[in-house]
Write a protein that binds this ligand. Structure first.
Ligand code: F6P
Length: 319
């Protein structure tokens, strides 16, 4: 292993820059050459590749987004796109690639491995929807962004004695809603992995109002339903005003938390060590504060489950 490449792919996540920095600096530390592949698999196909030095990753550890840009590539799904990517990898003499992204990005990494290129995946997505790792890079920052928003919404919700329905991202996973719901003290948390009964939610709202509660926050994961529709049903059933906030892409931005920076640094460095050992098709994860590696195929095939103890806790604390 003499030269490795690093790319970010799929939705960006805070901490991706810290992961790129860790890959570049660890590679140089171990005497490897390293290049940055810009715009994910699209950039790989187009040969959008730049050399990375120690200074290339200076002053990025605290920045959100990804300095390498990102994309979702349809072309890389086609055999012709994959052939072209392979040619580019060979033209540039790249022996191994670190792919930072979500499950779609890992499917791409698996394709590279099947075609003889060593690739290692690092989970970078705010959704925390990847199995075989307790956390993905960006999740902690996104949850903190949501909590900051909820705290602000709570001020105005209390002043007007209103119910707010707040919709958060997460694609098909409810982790952002669940963690932010517990940490933000939401009255109800709606996640795609668990059925909910809107009548029970309304009953809880009414119990709260009867004991003098001034506001309520209902947190909805985007995969569990649309905040506007849920808000309308609540308004009809309670006869009271409701308001909706869809937090959207602000959840993907911002300076990464210390947790995400540290996680990204540990994962980035471990990915390089695995490439040096000749490993392929592995995904780095964190389990019980230990950095581990799992076969990408296994990680992709394992169903991702929410933490039900946290879900139950959300119910207990919002009685
Ligand atoms: O996977 C990250 C994510 O932010 C999801 O939470 C969300 O559903 C999706 O990406 C949004 O994608 P886009 O940026 O393409 O609108």
């Amino acid at each position: 292993m003499k030269k490795i490449g690093v790319l970010t792919s799929g939705g960006d996540a805070p901490g991706m820059n810290a992961a790129i920095r860790a890959v570049v600096r660890s590679a140089i530390y171990h005497g490897l050459e390293v290049v940055g592949i810009r715009r994910g698999y699209s950039g790989l196909i187009q040969g959008d590749i730049m050399p990375m030095e120690l200074g290339s990753v200076a002053d990025i550890i605290h920045r959100g987004g990804t300095m390498l840009f990102t994309a979702r590539s349809e072309e890389f799904r086609t055999p012709a796109g994959q052939d072209r990517a392979l040619e580019v990898i060979q033209e540039h003499g790249i022996d191994g690639i670190v792919v930072i992204g979500g499950d779609g990005s890992f499917r791409g990494a698996k394709v590279l491995c099947d075609r003889g290129i060593n690739a290692i995946g690092i989970p970078g997505t705010i959704d925390n929807d990847i199995a075989c790792t307790d956390y993905t890079i960006g999740f902690d920052t996104a949850v903190n962004t949501v909590i900051e928003a909820i705290d602000k919404i709570r001020d105005t919700a209390t002043s007007h004695e209103r119910t707010y329905v707040v919709e958060v991202m997460g694609r098909d996973a409810g982790d952002i809603a669940l963690w932010a719901g517990v940490a933000g003290g939401a009255e109800s948390v709606l996640i795609p992995e668990c059925k909910y009964d809107i009548k029970e939610i309304v009953e809880k709202l009414e119990r709260g109002a009867n004991r003098g509660k001034k506001h309520s926050i209902i947190l909805v994961a985007e995969g569990a339903g649309k905040a506007f529709a849920i808000s309308e049903v609540i308004r009809e059933l309670t006869g009271k005003e409701t308001r909706v906030t869809v937090l959207g892409h602000i959840q993907r931005g911002g300076s990464p938390t210390a947790f995400d920076r540290t996680l990204a640094s540990r994962m980035g460095s471990h990915a390089v060590e695995l490439l040096i050992k000749g490993e392929c098709a592995k995904m780095i994860g964190i389990q019980g504060n230990q950095i581990v590696a799992t076969d990408i195929t296994q990680a992709l095939a394992t169903p991702r489950k929410p933490d039900m103890s946290l879900y139950n806790l959300a119910g207990v604390l919002s009685i």
